[in-house]
Design a protein around this ligand. Sequence first.
Ligand code: 13P
Length: 258
Amino acid sequence: MNRPLVIGNWKMNLDYVEAVHLIQQIGVIVRNRPLEHVDLVVAPPFVDIRSVTSVVESERIALEVGAQHASVHDAGAHTGEVSVPMLQRLNVKWILVGHSERRAHYAMTDEVVAQTLRTVTRQGVHAVLCVGEELAVRNDEGHLDFVSAQLHAALEGLDEKSRPLVSVAYEPVWAIGTGLTASTEQVRDMTEHIRTVLASLSLEATRVLYGGSVNAENAASLMSEGRVDGFLVGGASLKAESFLAIGQAADDCYAGKR
Ligand code: 13P
């Protein structure tokens, strides 16, 4: 089992004042109950990153800051976009690439996902590649092929230096924000499948996360029975207690307590 990675994706929630409040609450809990075996990351909206990073650094909170997206380009006439070098200057260490909401609503094609992933890793930043099928695809039993195709499109031919910087998050679209979590069997089958595909792409050491209505109650069983290396958490990452309860479940599981 890989060392767990737990990422809070705050999506388009919390202005910078609210974000500072949340990161301070997270800091207090982490200080009282450190997570020994978990890499913890929060991914706030772009406009909150500087404030969040300042708090993390000044209060020495044991986590790293991520971003939810980055431009495929490094600079230039791309109105509304934010580049990887800009994020790096803010000490961003992790960037989500190809979240299903970016793919579905902001025309992020497989090709752009692949190029963005390379833009991120070329700069030495960790890329979290998001994959996952819609409900209709699963109902037609096409989910394994669908996810294989997403993985191949994004990761084929990735250079050796970039490989250690990649993690994969399996987020079935039908489980995101719906309260409908994939069953531990569904998660285990898919993570095993993803690991087989990753091995065929020389990415056997890659961490495989699960995302989709993860909460403090289901995290432990998803981790142990679903055999994931961590979580990408949406809604439950907006409260310090529930986010860190998920981190604690990952920590306990890794330490062999469950
Ligand atoms: P929820 O945890 O709110 O279902 O969101 C999952 C997600 O999309 C994280 O990236």
